[in-house]
Design a protein around this ligand. Structure first.
Ligand code: SF4
Length: 454
């Protein structure tokens, strides 16, 4: 059913009307968001300088803002409340996380929706738009992985930086005097350096949890350790994190970690196979026979937290067995960079799937890694799971447009709601406003009501 998701979320219009000047638009975000990741390709300058020092210098620039705009806070917070909060949350809270509409009970996970880092990023972007009403404004990627929020930025006249012919971002579209927003999952050092060389104002909404991971890889680099990053090599956050590393290898799951650990334990293996397997996921010049002797762990903040911990334990055990307990400190480095918000949402759905649930509704962007993991947890439990990115995925004809969290295939399921009394589990990703989840719940309630009346 590719391409059949139609319509847009109800746009109250207030944000756009209040914040959007008539500004030129370089790009339709729909044309560039999905392709806006690429394998890290560091500039030669960044290869030779101390990357931490380079970043610090950029952050200290007068044209670099990392805290938002105090004067705009009050107005923006009122706007965000209007746009993104939902009355249904109070209803859930008053009823111990469970509400019933006709023959349908909805059970909300204990933790769901907007995390602190995402809320902060959205507030900073809205504040920036209000603070620079006449400036041409860009964002280097999706601010967060939510289509509705990104559409709002588009309506406010924020240009999404397009992908160049070579696969990276086309920062040439940014002119002197423009304002550039960096998204919640950050930007690569290469992008930061290019922007620093331009006469532009940067508003950096990078979540402090992501910066914490960067500080960790700085420590690896300083100690000449290789950073093993638990993440997806093409994900924007991992691209950014990798750009701050000297040597890195990205492993996406436990299976890949086990492969690497076996290579370490055996003192080598099929090197050609290794190089092919990780060809997009390693730093330039990476040599598994040389660069896996001293290893530090880092993570993409939205990965399975338990898996990150397990991967850490695996590497620690492997290196301890290889070099002995007394020497392991010379070969293994780990810091806790697990983001609380991701952990809480994963723990909450793990609890919810233990209840009597007929189906699970997961609301969040289809390119949102943390939402994908929430849907996977539910699907792995054998619960029919419908991962929607917008409320209008729930169709008036009784079907639902959704994505399978394992295959990432876009699907359409007819008559997805069982007749009679049912219990629906509900959760939403860290980049999903409560109002969007409420709309999806209301659409389902309406379908059930119509079916009952038929
Ligand atoms: S999920 Fe965690 S790391 Fe990501 S924006 Fe939210 S708080 Fe920050």
């Amino acid at each position: 059913m590719k391409g059949t998701v139609v319509g847009t979320l109800a746009m109250a219009g207030s944000v756009a009307a209040f914040l959007a000047p008539s500004l030129p638009r370089h790009t339709n975000p729909a044309q560039c968001r999905r392709g806006a990741t690429s394998k890290v390709s560091m500039s030669s300058t960044a290869d030779v300088v101390d990357k931490k020092a380079a970043r610090r210098k950029i952050l200290q620039s007068d044209s670099y803002n990392r805290v938002g705009f105090k004067d705009e806070k009050e107005d923006v917070s009122a706007l965000m409340s209007d746009e993104f909060t939902s009355d249904i949350i109070s209803e859930f809270k008053e009823n111990k996380g469970s509400i019933t509409r006709g023959d349908t009970t909805f059970k909300l996970a204990e933790y769901y929706g907007f995390c602190w880092g995402v809320e902060r990023a959205v507030a900073m972007a809205f504040q920036a738009r209000k603070h620079f009403p006449d400036k041409t404004m860009h964002i280097t990627n999706e601010l967060i992985h939510n289509p509705g929020v990104n559409e709002k930025l588009d309506e406010m006249g924020v240009n999404f930086v397009p992908v160049s012919d070579k696969g990276g971002k086309d920062l040439e579209t940014i002119d002197d005097g423009d304002v550039v927003i960096l998204p919640a999952f950050g930007a690569s050092l290469e992008e930061m350096q290019t922007l620093d060389e331009k006469n532009v104002q940067v508003v950096d909404t990078t979540c402090p949890w992501v910066s914490k991971v960067w500080n960790t890889v700085d420590k690896h680099t300083k100690a000449q350790f290789t950073s093993v990053i638990h993440g997806k090599w093409a994900h924007e956050e991992t691209v950014a994190t990798a750009s701050f590393c000297d040597k890195y290898l990205v492993v996406k799951n436990m299976a890949e970690a086990e492969y690497v650990a076996a290579y370490i334990a055996n003192g080598g293996g099929d090197k050609a196979e290794f190089m092919e397997k990780f060809k997009n996921a390693m730093s330039e010049g990476f040599d598994p026979d040389v660069d896996l002797v001293k290893v530090g762990l880092a993570n993409q903040t939205t990965m399975y937290k338990r898996e990150t911990r397990d991967i850490g334990k695996l590497f620690e055990k492997t290196l301890m067995e290889k070099y002995g307990p007394a020497e392991v400190g010379e070969h293994w480095m780990a810091f806790d960079t697990i983001c609380d918000a991701t952990q809480e949402r994963q723990d909450a759905i793990l609890e919810l799937v233990e209840e009597e649930i007929d189906l699970m509704l997961v609301v969040g962007g289809w390119d949102s890694s943390n939402t994908q993991h929430l849907a996977e947890i539910s699907a792995n439990k054998g619960i029919p799971t419908f991962w929607v990115n917008k409320a209008n995925c729930v169709k008036p004809d009784g079907s639902i447009a959704h994505v399978d969290p394992h295959s990432m295939e876009e699907l359409r399921t007819e008559n997805f709601l069982p007749a009679g009394e049912i219990v629906i589990g509900v959760t939403s990703g860290a980049s999903t406003p409560d109002a969007y989840m409420e709309q999806a719940v209301e659409n389902i309630s309406m379908l059930k009501k119509l079916a009952a009346a038929a």
